[in-house]
Design a protein around this ligand. Structure first.
Ligand SMILES: CC(C)(COP(=O)(O)OP(=O)(O)OC[C@H]1O[C@@H](n2cnc3c(N)ncnc32)[C@H](O)[C@@H]1OP(=O)(O)O)[C@@H](O)C(=O)NCCC(=O)NCCS
Length: 146
């Protein structure tokens, strides 16, 4: 069975551990800050009692932002990322948000392909944005409000 649950700050270790085993984006302190950010919710995709993917989602006015999106390595390419994204898009539509935004490295071909599948299009570029010198693509998906 698969489910999606909101993760609370008491489960910060789960987030930090999954991050450390995947893209190592944030320190524990940075994770703690994410939990405190206004309009931010952290969702986990759960199967067999394991949190196998995490999404950090923030609402700013009428827009949703994905600030973090990862599936655990050994659970990739099995549709879990798509499940989490579809669920997030539905949440956004219920909230009457106009668009969903994110940033992804131009060198992250897999993520680019993943987001294209959900009709995200590139609306901007931040040159040499990441530590490795790669550019950040700003992606946007227009939402149909309900
Ligand atoms: C991007 C990511 C979240 C996708 O999660 P996932 O659970 O593996 O994705 P899904 O199984 O739902 O795949 C959906 C589609 O994404 C694309 N995709 C996913 N993995 C891919 C791969 N290894 N190669 C090519 N395309 C891939 C395909 O179009 C796939 O559809 P298909 O299975 O019909 O070919 C996952 O690869 C990940 O965590 N990557 C590292 C973190 C990251 O890059 N996050 C985004 C940073 S902004």
């Amino acid at each position: 069975m698969i489910s999606i649950k909101q993760i609370n700050e008491k489960d910060i270790d789960l987030c930090y551990e999954l991050d450390s085993n995947t893209i190592s984006l944030w320190s524990k302190k940075q994770w703690a800050n994410e939990f405190k950010k206004e309009g931010t919710k952290i969702f986990g995709i759960i199967t067999r009692n394991l949190v196998i993917g995490i999404c950090v989602f923030q609402v700013v006015l009428d827009e949703g932002q994905i600030n973090y999106f990862v599936v655990s390595k050994r659970f990739r390419k099995k549709g879990f990322g798509s499940y989490l994204m579809s669920n997030l898009i539905k949440k956004c539509e219920k909230l009457n948000l106009n668009k969903l935004l994110l940033e992804v490295s131009q060198s992250n071909v897999i993520a680019e392909r993943f987001y294209s599948r959900f009709d995200f299009s590139t609306v901007g570029i931040r040159k040499n944005y990441y530590k490795d010198g790669s550019h950040a693509l700003l992606k946007e998906k227009k939402l149909t409000t309900k």
